[in-house]
Ligand binder design. Structure first.
Ligand SMILES: Nc1ncnc2c1ncn2[C@@H]1O[C@H](COP(=O)(O)OP(=O)(O)OP(=O)(O)O)[C@@H](O)[C@H]1O
Ligand SMILES: [Mg+2]
Length: 266
């Protein structure tokens, strides 16, 4: 992917029974993570749905990898969606399908891949998220954290350039949540996938910001920065009353004296 932003919002407006987004602008640069914060109903999931072209803005521009999403045909939208992996709020797995079938779903739907290639790709993805032995299990046989990892594998299976995570750690205990945030970092740092992370869990957002992962030969090394100033691959964006109330680095967020932010952070 080139220098242009992976996602670009310009003055986006959208209302349902009331105005939800009232002039939202931001850019996500390649290889970076944008954490989207905001109260319930502030429009976080709406932003993800706009990126996927599931909703249209009333005005303003939504670009994905340089392509204006608004006004595309369903077929053109499919090409955009192939670049994007979405982890839905609650994971949203199909309980009637096995783990392997869940992960392979998009490949079976879209692609010209044969069944053996699909199975190989699915097994590779399950290995990547640490769930290789669960190929034939049902989602109901897994823990909450394992189900979230299946949802991540399903989103990654078509090798997207952009991952959208909607509350991927909500309802998980802190240790299990860390397995998810480590996975988000791995996808970002080892595979160079850009991401938008919607979350209420500031602890998890800061974990994503301060952790980095690199390969050293056969091993994968995790580093956690003590100093938030080093965590510059992650931008934070806070929505409030339809507008971007704050945008900045994790360090700027933590150091901010803005009253609304302080209350949200406390
Ligand atoms: N299809 C729709 N029709 C009507 N109203 C909608 C629709 N989708 C969302 N809304 C409303 O838009 C507002 C923003 O919804 P959104 O799902 O983006 O919030 P959110 O920030 O993700 O909240 P949460 O943290 O609870 O997930 C909410 O008030 C919601 O009720
Ligand atoms: Mg939501």
């Amino acid at each position: 992917m080139s220098e242009r932003p992976v996602v670009s919002f310009r003055d986006v407006h959208l209302s349902f029974d009331r105005p939800i987004l009232r002039g939202v602008s931001f850019d996500l640069q390649a290889g970076q993570t944008k954490v989207v914060l905001g109260g319930s109903g502030s429009g976080k999931t709406t932003i993800l749905r706009l990126i996927l072209g599931l909703l249209k803005p009333e005005s303003g521009s939504v670009k994905v990898d340089g392509t204006e999403v608004t006004g595309l045909s369903e077929e053109e939208l499919r090409d955009v969606r192939l670049k994007v992996g979405m982890v839905f709020q609650e994971g949203a797995l199909f309980d009637s399908l096995t783990v392997g079938e869940n992960v392979g779903y998009r490949l079976n739907e879209d692609a010209a891949l044969g069944p053996d290639e699909v199975e190989a790709r699915v097994r590779e993805m399950l290995g990547y998220v640490g769930l290789a032995p669960f190929y034939d299990h049902r989602p109901s046989q897994l823990s909450g954290g394992q189900r979230r990892r299946v949802a991540v594998a399903r989103a990654l299976v078509a090798r997207p350039q952009l991952m959208l995570y909607d509350e991927p750690t909500t309802g998980l205990d802190p240790i299990t949540a860390t397995t998810i945030t480590d996975l988000i970092v791995k996808v970002r740092d080892l595979d160079g996938v850009s991401s938008i992370l919607v979350t209420h869990q500031l602890r998890d957002a800061f974990n994503v910001a301060r952790t980095s992962v690199r390969r050293e030969g056969e091993t994968v090394v995790n580093t956690v920065a003590d100093d938030l100033r080093a965590a510059d691959g992650t931008g934070f964006l806070m929505l409030r009353e339809g507008r971007v109330h704050f945008e900045g680095t994790p360090y700027e967020l933590q150091a901010s004296s803005d009253e609304y932010l302080r209350e949200f952070l406390s």
